[in-house]
Design a protein around this ligand. Sequence first.
Ligand SMILES: CC(C)(COP(=O)(O)OP(=O)(O)OC[C@H]1O[C@@H](n2cnc3c(N)ncnc32)[C@H](O)[C@@H]1OP(=O)(O)O)[C@@H](O)C(=O)NCCC(=O)NCCS
Length: 173
Amino acid sequence: MSSFALEILGDCHDRASFSSGLEPVDRYLRETARGHFAKGVSVTRVLVDCESSTPKPILGFFTLSSITVDAKDWPGSPKGLPKHPVSAVLLGRLAVAESSHQRGIGSMLLASARQLARETIHRTGGLGLVVDAANEQVVEFYARFGFRRETSTGLRMFLPAASLEGGAEIPRG
Ligand SMILES: CC(C)(COP(=O)(O)OP(=O)(O)OC[C@H]1O[C@@H](n2cnc3c(N)ncnc32)[C@H](O)[C@@H]1OP(=O)(O)O)[C@@H](O)C(=O)NCCC(=O)NCCS
């Protein structure tokens, strides 16, 4: 039986063949993610089958970075926040290869992103995990995991630090 590993995106991964069905996200993986990592902008992690050989097919990926947010009025934010923006972790992108949708991989990737966000917040502080959902359908996906909209109609969603526990994680390579 094959098992999965979560690795930081590198030269050994087959970015060109990845297709999630959402072109801007796929293009980010192909064209931008490596450069952003090299410049310290963000970190992209990819899910691979441990048995796969180079170039390793990418089953899914997500990207994390730091942001500052003015979250005084966000659902689940603590009361009495400072007036200036405070730090949070941004889940910039999350996608699963179209051929592997609906098999729980997105849920696993999200659990790993939550775990990494929790570790960052334990070390340096932070309000929680923020995501900009690509569209209304994806809002429903994130809402299943406790994310709430920042405003009633916008696509920015938030999961407070206290809610970051949970989910089946993937071993990190
Ligand atoms: C959204 C996405 C990551 C979900 O990945 P996945 O591996 O198919 O998700 P899972 O199999 O873990 O599904 C978990 C649950 O969410 C539901 N779900 C999956 N995709 C959904 C979607 N787009 N909208 C609403 N619910 C969704 C599943 O039905 C499942 O529900 P269940 O537990 O009741 O069966 C995947 O569809 C994808 O890559 N889409 C294209 C890229 C994209 O839109 N990324 C988000 C950018 S912000």
